[in-house]
Design a protein. Sequence first.
Lengths: 482, 495, 99
Amino acid sequence: MSYIIEGATGPWELVIGLEVHAQIISRAKLFSGASAEYGAPPNSQVSFVDAGFPGMLPVINAECVAQAVRTGLGLNAQINLVSRFDRKNYFYADLPQGYQISQFAHPIVGKGEIEILLESGETRQIGVTRLHLEQDAGKSLHDQDPALSFIDLNRAGVALMEIVSEPDMRTPEEAGAYLRKLRTIMRYLGTCDGNMEEGSMRADVNVSVRKADEEFRTRCEIKNVNSVRFVMQAIEAEARRQVAVWESGEAVQQETRLYDPARSETRSMRSKEDAHDYRYFPDPDLLPLVIEQAWVDGLASGLPELPDAKKARFMSRYGLPAYDAGVLIMEQATADFYEVLAEGRDGKIAANWMLGDFFAGLNRLGRGIGDSPVSAAALGGLLDLLADATINGRIAKDVLEAMMETGEPAAAIVESRGLRQVTDTGAIDAAVEKVLAANPDKLAEYKSGKQKLFGFFVGQVMKAMAGKGNPALVNDALKRRL
Amino acid sequence: MTDTLDFTIAGARNALRAKTISARELTEAHLAAIEALEPSLNAFITVTPETALAAADAADGALARGEGGPLAGIPLAIKDLFCTNGIRTTAGSRILEPFVPPYESTVTRQLLRDGAVFLGKANLDEFAMGSSTTTSAFGPTINPWQRQGSNTQLVPGGSSGGSAAAVASGMALGSTGTDTGGSIRQPASFCGIVGMKPTYGRCSRFGVVAFASSLDQPGPFARTVEDAAILLGSMAGHDPRDSTSMDWPVPDYAAACRRGVKGLRIGVPREYHADGMPAEIERLWQQGLDWLRDAGAEIVDVSLPHTKYGLATYYIVAPAECSSNLARYDGVRFGLRVPAQDLTDLYEETRAAGFGAEVRRRILIGTYVLSAGYYDAYYLKAQKVRALILKDFTDVFGQVDALLTPTAPSAAFGVGENMDDPVKMYLNDVFTVPASIAGVPGISVPAGLDGDGLPLGLQVIGKHFDEETVFAVGQALESAAGFSAKPQIRVGSLR
Amino acid sequence: MASAAPLDDAVVRRIARLARIRLGDEEVSRLRGELGAILGWIEQLNEVDVSGVDPLASVGQATLAMRADVVTDGDQTEAVLANAPARAGTFYTVPKVVE
Ligand SMILES: [Mg+2]
Ligand SMILES: [Zn+2]
C-alpha cells in the first residue's frame, strides 16, 4: 500500500482527506417545492424561496432527510436524532440569500466508515467524519459574454449531502477506491446517482505530505474535482508540488486550489483568497430537526442489500475470491447480471467468464452492462454449452465474440457454424495420425526425449480439427499414440 | 364624515351588514381622509385607491349576497413590510424602492380572504429598525398627537409608526404591524391606540420582509381591544410555509375580550420600576393595577430578574440575524442596483446607497458579533441570557396569569430627539423587548394622558399562546380607563 | 467578554468588507465611535452568570415540520426575473466574475 514520493531529502508520505458533495435524489429541492431535476431551461425551476426573495422562508423536504439517513445507514454511521441547520454567510453571485443553509455544528449523521478494495486485493477501512445536509448554490456562466457572468438558479436550493472523510487515505489509489465505493453505496441506496460529469457528485480533496511518523503538515484543498481519475491525478500533482515547496525551504500555505487536467497541475484560486469568515449561526427560520428512532428503523428495514453484504454473500454462496466478488458488486447492475448468470451454474466459472471475456467484449464495443447485446440468460446459455461439453473453451470464446457482434444465442451460432466439439475417437485418432505423418522430424525429436513437444502436437491436432476437438480426448489419443 | 371615520371595526361591520353604509362609502371616506392628512402625517408610502375601491365594491357585492367575510369592506392600512402581490413593497428602504412582489404574505392573504380593503402601504422605520419611524427612506411619519399648546412634530414611535398614525388619525379602521422588540406596542402607546403582539409563531411570517427572524411577529393595530381581537382572528393561524408558525387552533379572540378578569392573578414585575421613569407613568401603572383589582383580579408582586439585560441581549440577537437576513439585498435579483465594473463593487456600492444609516449600523454590529473570535463572547452569550429571560417568564407564569407594565418609559418625543445617541434611542424598547425575547404575547392599551396631553399605554403580557387572557385583561383596562381623547391631527380637526 | 479591545478603523473596515457595505473614511471613524459605544453598552452582559445555561436559538416550542417531496413550485421564469435590475434572456447578469 505504500505510496511514497522520493524527494531530495528522503521519502514523503501523502495524507489525503475527501469532502464529497453528493446531490440527493429527490423530486423537489431541500427547502422549496421547485423541481430538482437536471437540465431544465435556465431559471425555470426556481421558487421565490430559492431566489432569496424578501419574506420567503424555507420548509424542509422529508424525503431529503430520509435520503441522508439512508446514506448514513449505508456508511454504518451514527444517525443523530437531533440535528440543526446553520447559516454559512458569504456573498456570491449565485448564492441568492447571501448565505447557505447547512449543518455546521450539529450534522444529521456522525461517524461512520467505508471499506475500500485495492487492486492488490487488500481492503482498508476509511473513516467518515460526518454527513450533513445543505443547499446547493446556483450556477454562474462566465463564457456567455465578454463583460458579464450569467446566473441560473435552477440548482440553487437543491439538496446536497456533504460527506467528509477522515484524513485516512495515503495513496491516490485509495482516494479513487474511496470515491468509487462511496458512489457504489449511494447508487445501491438510490440516494445519489453519482454522476460526476453532471456534477451530481463533486469532490474537494485535502492533501498534505509528511515525513514518516510526523504530525500532519499544512494541507491544501483542491476544489470541485469532477472525475475519479482527475482526483487521483490532482493528488499526485499537488503532493509533488508540496514536496518541492517544502524541499526548497519554503512552507506550504493553507489555501484553496484548482486542478487543471490539461496541464496536470494545481493552481491557487485567487478569488477564494479573500479572508473568509462565514459567521455560522443557527438559522432562525428553522427549528431543530428531530427525528424518531422508529422512523430511522423503518428506513433501515427498507434498505436494499448493501455492497459489503452482497460481497460477503457472493463469496460464501458462489465461492468467489474477495477480489472478484468486490469487482462484481461495484455496480448494482453488474451484481444483478452475475446473480442471473450464476443461478444454477458454477459460480466461479460464471465470474471468470463475466470478468474476463464478457467485460473485454463490452469494452471493445464501448458498451456497459446496461446496454449489453448479450443478456445474462444468453451468456448463461453459452456456459451451459460449455458445461455439457457441446463446445470446448477455445470455441466458446469465439462463440461469445459472435454473440456480442450478432446478438444471436450461443446454440444457434454453434449450430449454424458447426462448432460442436468432436468427441468421436475415430475422427480424433485420424487427425492424430495425419499430424504425426506430417511431422516426422518433430516425432523423432520427441522420441529422443524432447517431452515439451507434446504441446506442439496437441496444438497441431486441434488446428487440424478446426479447434473443435475435445481437448481431453485429444490428449488421451496423443498419449496413447506417442 | 367624522362619524364614518369614528367607526370601530365592530361597529362598521354592523353598519355594513345593516346597509346603513356601503363598503364603497366607507372606503371613499378613508381615502379622502388620507388625501387630507397625508401631507401632515406621511403615514403611507404607497396609497392604492383603485385596488381599495375595487375591493370595496367586491365587498359590497358579497355583503349584498349575504356572503361577506368577517372583515368584508373594512378599510385597513398594511405596514409596508408585508409583501403584497402586484403592489410595491419597500420595507421603508431605498434598496427596495422599485420592488413589486409577485406574491402575497400569508397574513395579508388571510385578511383579503376575509374581505378586508387595503388602502395602502404604511410607513415604517427602514426594515423595521427603529422606534420612531424616522429612519424610513420615504421620510418620517408624524404623530397625529401634539403636546398641549405646542405644534412641535412628534414621532409616532416605531417601527410600525405609519400603521399606528393611520389608525389614530382616522385614516384606517385598523392596520397591520410587526413587532420585533416593541414595534407594535410602543407606537400604539405613542399614538393612543391598541397594539397587539401575539405569541411568536401565532401569525405567519411568510411574505413579511424579515428583520430578526427569531423575534419578528405580525400583529394588529386598532382603536379598541375588541377590534384588535377581530383583526388577530383573521391574521393568526398555522402556515405550513413558515416552519416557525405553530399549529395551534385559533380561538375566538373577540369573545375572550368579554371574559372579565375576576379571579385572575396579575403580576407586577418589580424590575419594571425603571430609574428615571416619569412619575406620571408610575402613577398610571398604579392606576391600572387598581382598575384590575377593582374588576376582581388579584395583584401579585413578581420578579423577572433578568429584565435589565433584555435590551443588550436584543441588540446582539436582532442585529446578528438582520446582518444575515439583509444579505439578499445585493442588487442582483430585485431592488436597487448601483452599476459597477466588478461584482464586489456592485455589492458594496449598492448596499451603501440602498441602506440608511441605522440599517448599516445594525448590519455592521451583527456582522461583528457573529465574526470569528467574537461569536462566543457576544452571540452565544446573548443566547444564554435569552434562555434566562425566557425562564424568568416561565417561572413567573407559574404564579400569575398575566403581567401589567407600562408600555414605554416615555410619551412620544419630538422628531429629531434621541437621534444623537443610538443607545438612548434603543432605551425606548426597555419594557417591550423582554416579551419579544421570550416570545410571549403582549398588548398595549391606551390608559391615560401625560401632563402634556399625550397618550400613555399600559402593557399586558401573557403566556405563550394565551392571547385570550391578554385580550381579557386589555379589555378590562380599556373599560376602566374610558380613554376617549382624540389626537389634534385628524380629519375633523382640518375642517 | 473578549471585546475589551476598543474598535479600531481596521476592524470597522474589515466588518464593512464582510458585510459588503462601502464606507467612506469619515464614515469609518464615525462608525468606530457609534459601534464602540453600542458594544461597550452591551458589555453589561458580563455581569450575568450563564454557567450551565444552554443557549436558546429560538423560542419556537416545537420541532421542524417536514413537507412531502412533491414539486409544487417553479415554472415561473418571468415572475422570478421580473424585478431583476439586469438580465440577458432568462439569466440574471452580474459583472464578469473571474475565478
Ligand atoms: Mg467544504
Ligand atoms: Zn458543503
